[in-house]
Design a protein around this ligand. Sequence first.
Ligand SMILES: Cc1ncc(C[n+]2csc(CCOP(=O)(O)OP(=O)(O)O)c2C)c(N)n1
Ligand SMILES: [Mg+2]
Length: 541
Amino acid sequence: MQRMSGGQAVVAALRAEGVEHVFGIAGTHNTPLFDGAYGEPAIHVVTVRHEQGASMMAAGYARASGRTAACFVVPGPGLTNALTGMGMAYSESTPLLMFAGQNALAQLGREGDHFHELPNSLAVAGSVCGYAERVSTPCAIPRAVREAMRAMHCRRPRPAYIEVPLDVQSGVAEVETLPREAFSRPAGDAAGIARAAAALGSAERPFIFAGGGVASAEGSQPLARLAELLGAPVVTSMFGRGVISDRHPLALGDGWGRFNLYDELLAQADLVLVVGSRIDIVSDANLGARFPRRILQVDLDPLVVGLRQPVEVGIVGDAAAVLTSLGEALAGGKARQCWFDVAGFRQHRRAWMTARAGPVLQVIEDLRAALPEDTIFVDDLTLVGYWMPLLLETYQPRTLIHPGTYGTLGYALPAAIGAKLACPKQPVVAISGDGGFLFTLQELATAVAQKLDLIALVFNDNAYGAIRTYQDRVFRGRRIGSDLVNPDFAKLGEAFGVHSARVEPKALGAAVRRALETGGVWLIEIPFAPEGPPTMVPWMP
Ligand SMILES: Cc1ncc(C[n+]2csc(CCOP(=O)(O)OP(=O)(O)O)c2C)c(N)n1
Ligand SMILES: [Mg+2]
């Protein structure tokens, strides 16, 4: 037991849980939270320039590292500003721990002119969280933080929200900090694993569809081992890119399986093991809907299993644990030859991409060649970004961070800042369009203040290009609201005190190499208007 304020109790609980970074903006309604971190060396407070940046940084931080960061925001506008990043994190199954201040307990429930008042804030935050709670005494803080951590680490990862009224933040009490706990996830039930192993053993032409759940469970090794035992090729969802290296002889690449590239695989396969993927709407429209009849599904979230299609065996559990158990169950047999012509598929895919992607293929290959293998790429919703999961050779998990199906613009820069703070030794590159970049560009100031080495690329077509393309394709060229008048990006970079450059696409490789060598924050504008992937919006007619 130790006597401390609610603000100090929050920070003590974060320290006890191993949280190292807090992103946020202070106001009268959360200053005691910030004050709790005063002089606390274990907690690094990052002041951001908009709360949207805070939640997106925390999301990028977690996706790059698997570690959880926290945010401190004021209630009302601070919370509603943060919601977009929280919605994003919710859709991409990413943890982040959001703390908002609140008016004093006695003022709650009596709607009136209270400052920063947001009726039903718990319900508002709760709509994009797996856990939402208001604490009403400092003593309740360690338990609430523990419950939030459990919700994020033992169940499907989702943001968590804790609201701390002002009198609780400043109130002083005897608080007991909880000892560290090793969080565990369900390992999958033995009977289900035995049935799934038998089904895999009996299948003649199985393949594996691996999603982001494999990355968040650190399941790359057991995935590769199981695939090798079965001779099963592996397709990844866009969240799963990197869970198997593109150099692995069984890796088929991204399952944003547009263009009927996977028809041959799907026509021949007699069983699919779906692991750590809800089979999002994009994958479902293109690939899931044509899965073979026999489906085995492994997921931490019971609501996901069998959601899109009926499954022969469903297992609720941690992807790494279940893949390991399946591997052990099948290890007695001889490793099988792969039944599918992976090399032929890759050649076919490559020829297809070369024919359709146009100059964007070269741009992405140049980026790949110029940067080390562990570089973390963070995409925005931009035409180049859409192509990234398809075209970027990816060798390690968590190195291609593609936005979730929430699909907000402005994600790349703040998420890249979070990724860099989490993984300071890895180069980090944000890929934005001119439209999306202006949603969160002020976070360049945060990157400068944090003295980061970071490369922000802005592909400039002076348009909401994806929408312009869409209008051209679907609305017979009736362009409206999609042309943009932009600032001078080089001067903008200068004003923020970052290195800036404007380069033609063919000079991009050299430019990023130079940026990497020089260090610091770089804003590189590339005048470029690529084609979007042919079925860019697959769920539309
Ligand atoms: C918050 C938000 N508002 C609107 C959209 C709709 N939208 C999707 S892509 C896009 C265009 C993005 O333009 P830009 O960032 O320049 O990339 P480009 O498509 O030109 O490559 C828009 C407006 C969105 N995804 N998110
Ligand atoms: Mg654009």
